[in-house]
Design a binder for this molecule. Structure first.
Ligand SMILES: NC(=O)c1ccc[n+]([C@@H]2O[C@H](COP(=O)([O-])OP(=O)(O)OC[C@H]3O[C@@H](n4cnc5c(N)ncnc54)[C@H](OP(=O)(O)O)[C@@H]3O)[C@@H](O)[C@H]2O)c1
Length: 226
């Protein structure tokens, strides 16, 4: 069966991905700051739990070394923060901005950097990051959310370079928008539930082709503009 490695597996979309792929019989490398989170521990199946704060780049590299030789079909950079405290003009907080960039933009790239060989050695060869529609410059008609939007736009740009740089190795590098989802981040008013979002995104992942590399795809399969 295929293998997936994902970050931010403790709750929200992350735990939903773990449940989905474990139930489908995949081997799941579930990385979380709290690898003993009860919800994560409770998932049945081939779930390997790893303690990982994605901003600890040495720990990310150490995990890649520990898994050397293991093919990873789908690498999924999911962990993210909202950066909302630095959201509006007049409240720009440099420390919050930098932390938001560290988690949302830099950590996925550091993850891809150390796991690219594992993914290239697999059958499916997919490197994915959960971005956001809020990271689209073309779709920004509402303004606000400065740190979050900018961090996801930076992630999108980095993933586009990753797609270009890995084309010769047959990798498919795509950023996904999960919808506005009722997780801790999305809030209770969000119209899409985590199971529905993950059902959509896993269908998209299942249908990915090498020609999709460099894409920005919604959970319902629609293509977004940058
Ligand atoms: N929900 C939405 O409407 C929505 C919309 C667009 C995009 N997204 C994106 O979807 C992804 C998942 O979000 P979500 O809705 O599931 O949010 P969530 O419920 O707030 O969960 C965030 C996850 O990221 C983890 N995380 C945060 N900082 C981390 C760090 N430094 N190291 C490791 N893990 C860290 C959290 O772990 P802890 O439990 O340890 O805090 C948690 O597992 C994010 O990238 C988010 O930007 C969400």
């Amino acid at each position: 069966m295929p293998t997936i490695l994902l970050t931010g597996a403790s709750r929200g979309l992350g735990i939903e991905f773990v449940k989905h792929y474990a139930a489908a019989g995949w081997r799941v490398h579930a990385c979380a700051r709290d690898a003993d989170a009860p919800a994560l521990k409770a998932v049945k199946g081939d779930v390997q739990r790893h303690k990982l704060d994605v901003t600890d780049f040495a720990a990310t590299a150490k995990l890649a070394s520990a898994l050397k030789g293991e093919a990873i079909d789908v690498l999924l950079a999911n962990a993210g923060i909202s950066g909302s405290e630095a959201g509006e003009l007049g409240k720009v907080d440099a420390d919050v901005w930098l932390e938001t960039f560290r988690v949302n933009a830099l950590a996925p790239v550091k993850l891809a950097e150390v796991f690219v060989d594992h993914v290239a050695a697999s059958q499916r060869k997919a490197m994915l990051a959960i971005s956001s529609r809020l990271g689209s410059i073309g779709l920004n008609h509402e303004g606000g959310r400065y740190a979050y939007r900018a961090s996801k736009a930076a992630l999108n740009m980095a993933w586009k370079s990753l797609a270009t740089d890995t084309k010769g190795r047959g990798l498919t590098c795509v950023v996904l928008h999960p919808g506005w989802v009722s997780t801790d981040m999305g809030g209770a008013a969000a119209p899409v539930t985590p199971p529905n979002s993950v059902a959509g995104m896993t269908k998209v992942i299942e249908g990915l082709k090498p020609s999709d590399t460099g894409g920005f795809i919604n959970y319902d399969g629609a293509r977004f503009e940058w």
